[in-house]
Write a protein that binds this ligand. Sequence first.
Ligand code: ADP
Ligand code: MG
Length: 257
Amino acid sequence: MNHPAIEIRALTKRYTNGGEALVALQSFDVTVEEGAFVAVVGPSGCGKSTLLKTLGGLQPYSEGSVAIRGEPVRGPRKDIGIVFQSPVLFPWRTVLQNVLLPAQILRLDPARHAAVARELLALVGLADFASRYPWELSGGMQQRAALARALVNDPTLLLMDEPFGALDAMTREHMNVELQRIWLERRKTVLLITHSIAEAVYLADRVLVMSPRPGRLIDDIRIDLPRPRGLEVMASPEFGAHVAHIRALFNLRGGVD
Ligand SMILES: Nc1ncnc2c1ncn2[C@@H]1O[C@H](COP(=O)(O)OP(=O)(O)O)[C@@H](O)[C@H]1O
Ligand SMILES: [Mg+2]
């Protein structure tokens, strides 16, 4: 049987801070098909990172169910890649050694994965930087190295938590174009959290809109702009209509971060 890439049912997550309970996610439901590119937008503190950490098996949840390809999430898995807002590269390792880290941790064949890592560095445009150190790279290049690292164990699901949030607008647009290209080439299922509505509409097949905390799904918008999408798509009426619709949802509910 073919299971969806992600199946979340009635997910509730409570954090307890010294006896005080904080509900981060409440009765969250979503199904994501294999190979889809899904973006998640929502106000600051609405539970986006909580959703991502739950999917990544990085923290427990309170109620409901979370399954990836039909298997309940109980902890970190080998078939997921995660990219965080800050690239967290180890300064004493070269770019290649950083990209190889998950393969080492998972005890995958070193020789084969060195070749895989070099291929991924070429894919993200860093072929000539394999033996450089992170501090020799710009922010955008570091984030591309982090993306290569997230792909090194050939995950079927890529989770990204505001990966381009720290980049300037021009670099960010360039990274969006690159990410689309890589996705079209590799066809992983992607869940991208972003606070940029334009980035979400530009990249995704579906944009999930969350309410302020406790986070619930308030809209699920299908974006069927043809691919590959050039940056000029952002000037099209369809693009503008999606952005305006999502912005109106936020204004109605009290702003986005
Ligand atoms: N480890 C934690 N312990 C307690 N509260 C937390 C923890 N992580 C997040 N929170 C709280 O849960 C809510 C959702 O956080 P988060 O998922 O990081 O939101 P977002 O990523 O949408 O900004 C926030 O109110 C935040 O303060
Ligand atoms: Mg967050």
